[in-house]
Design a protein around this ligand. Structure first.
Ligand code: DQA
Length: 143
């Protein structure tokens, strides 16, 4: 089995971006941790990041056939993108919505998620640990 870890806008800046909100862990650290966790669980992990909505949509389309599920941190597009929601609906692949921060404890505009209705579930508030939790949940879901 193979899981795509897809990170959206501004997540390339993790480590220096508002560390009080998102922690000191870099995206590279998170991707290394995901790959190590995948190896431990016997599942393939591929990591991608883009700041561009259309590239994230292409990555979701292209995941079909190559991967069995997607862990998606869509960043701010979570709260705005009908197009990402439609892309998920258009590929029959399980998606887990992930956020480092607890979006429900933050500004009102972060409470709305276009991803949640088309995801199998949401993990938020656990920082980088959330990626590990999401990989475990996806492996259980796939198997
Ligand atoms: C985020 C939460 C979003 O509201 C925000 O726009 C991000 C990061 C998170 O991981 O906590 O870019 O998805």
């Amino acid at each position: 089995a193979s899981i795509l870890i897809l990170n959206g806008p501004n997540l390339n800046l993790l480590g220096t971006r508002q560390p009080e909100v998102y922690g000191a862990t870099t995206l590279q650290d998170i991707e290394d941790m995901c790959e190590a966790h995948g190896r431990a669980l016997g599942v393939g992990i591929v990591c991608k990041q883009s700041n561009h909505e259309g590239e994230l949509i292409d990555a979701i389309h292209d995941a079909k056939g190559d991967h069995d599920g997607i862990v998606l941190n869509a960043g701010a597009y979570t709260h705005t993108s009908v197009a990402l929601m439609d892309a998920i609906s258009s590929v029959a692949l399980p998606v887990i919505e992930l956020h480092l921060s607890n979006i429900h404890a933050r500004e009102e505009f972060r409470h709305k998620s276009f991803i949640a209705p088309v995801a199998i579930g949401q993990i938020c508030g656990f920082g980088a640990t959330g990626y590990r939790l999401a990989i475990e949940a996806m492996v259980d879901h796939i198997r």
